[in-house]
Design a protein around this ligand. Structure first.
Ligand code: F6P
Length: 367
């Protein structure tokens, strides 16, 4: 890969999917074709397509009518880190890893790609960092419903996930009120509580538990009882999958050793529901939203953000910039060093203004 002007570029989507990926692919492809006469190649299933040489040219027709479509037309993989790819299993079922970077570099050369546009989260950006270190110009576009990527104020997909979670919490409200129950809604977000914080506040949840604030089970139960004593006959708890009790551990749903992100969180909602019901004698139910937060059509705000990000990725390439990550800072679409985002998570600051506002109106964070 040279510092010559870009003519052919590859685009891939890596890691977990999220609403707005197709809107980015569309903006990348249309900007490249219409504004700069570049050639765009779609790499299938994230880095897996680079390993397996599944790379095909994208035309305007390929990206027509995909703006509102959830998922990714290119497919994705959250198990394909070329530097540490599980090629087989040993006799104990443990994955055997190999470094397939050279194979990917050969496929990049075979298609004469001058640059890669890598749409993904922190894991995908660390995969991209490996190619940067091998001289490949990579421009990153941050995606994740978790909104936890370093360097950008917001990632596309997040607002859609918040919309889904808020809608679910609103619906839970009415059934909780009818049955006089405590109702827990467990939302995604990994080790960052952005989805729980935003959807919890937007839906008026009584208790919001974040990974960043260890909860005290006594305080949570006392809050539920307190509401009951005040004549409030239900309590809504919005719980992040990464929430943990004071001095305790997160609840892990499963471990996938072949994945670069092997720890799959989940289950804290049920654990809490049992504990609250046992201690307060108030009937408690849990709803786990899971992957519904990642599916479906992106909100208008995410479609706009994704379009801006895709367009900016091409702008950076034609300006000759190398190894940048498109970001939103304040209200400005700009860029930072790609390596800055690799393997780093942006958590909710404990003094975040939304936490302060929620506390001021009586919301409990379980501490
Ligand atoms: O990072 C996005 C996310 O949806 C997290 O919120 C969640 O913990 C994780 O991915 C789930 O991963 P998987 O789709 O591999 O189960």
């Amino acid at each position: 890969m040279t510092s010559q002007p870009i003519q052919r570029l590859g685009v891939l989507t890596g890691g977990g999917d999220c609403p707005g990926l197709n809107a980015v692919i569309r903006a990348v492809t249309k900007t490249a074709l219409y504004q700069h006469d570049l050639e765009v190649f779609g790499i299938e299933d994230g880095f897996l397509g680079l390993i397996e040489n599944r790379i095909h040219r994208l035309s305007p027709d390929d990206v027509s009518n995909i703006l509102t479509l959830g998922g990714t037309i290119l497919g994705t993989s959250n198990k394909a880190d070329p530097a540490r790819y599980a090629v087989a299993e040993d006799e104990h079922g443990k994955p055997i890893f190999e470094d397939l970077t050279e194979l990917c570099l050969r496929n990049i050369r075979r298609h004469r790609l001058d640059a890669l546009i890598v749409i993904g989260g922190d894991g995908t950006m660390s995969g991209a960092a490996n190619f940067v270190n091998h001289g490949i110009n990579c421009v990153g576009v941050p995606k994740t419903i978790d909104n936890d990527l370093e360097g950008t104020d917001v990632t596309f997909g997040f607002q859609t996930a918040v919309d889904v979670a808020t809608g679910a919490l609103d619906r839970i409200h009415t059934t909780a009120a009818s049955h006089h129950r405590a109702m827990i809604v467990e939302v995604m977000g990994r080790n960052a509580g952005w989805i729980a914080l935003h959807s919890g506040v937007a839906s008026g949840a009584d208790v919001i538990l974040l990974p960043e604030i260890e909860y005290d089970i006594d305080a949570v139960c006392e809050y539920v009882r307190h509401r009951s004593r005040r004549g409030k006959r239900f309590t809504i708890l919005c719980v992040s999958e990464g929430a943990r009790p004071r001095g305790g551990q997160q609840v892990v749903a499963k471990v996938d050793p072949s994945s670069p992100d092997p720890i799959k969180l989940g289950g804290v909602g049920e654990v809490l529901a049992d504990e609250i019901q046992m201690r307060t004698k108030i009937e408690t139910r849990c709803t786990v939203l899971g992957h519904v937060q990642r599916g479906g059509t992106p909100t208008p705000a995410d479609r706009v953000l994704a379009t801006q990000f895709g367009n900016q990725a091409i702008n950076l390439l034609v300006q000759g910039k190398r190894n940048r990550l498109v970001v939103m800072q304040g209200h400005t679409v700009t860029d930072v060093d790609l390596l800055r985002a690799a393997n780093k998570q942006r958590k909710v600051p404990l003094d975040h203004p939304i936490i302060q506002a929620a506390r001021a109106i009586g919301t409990s964070f379980g501490d």
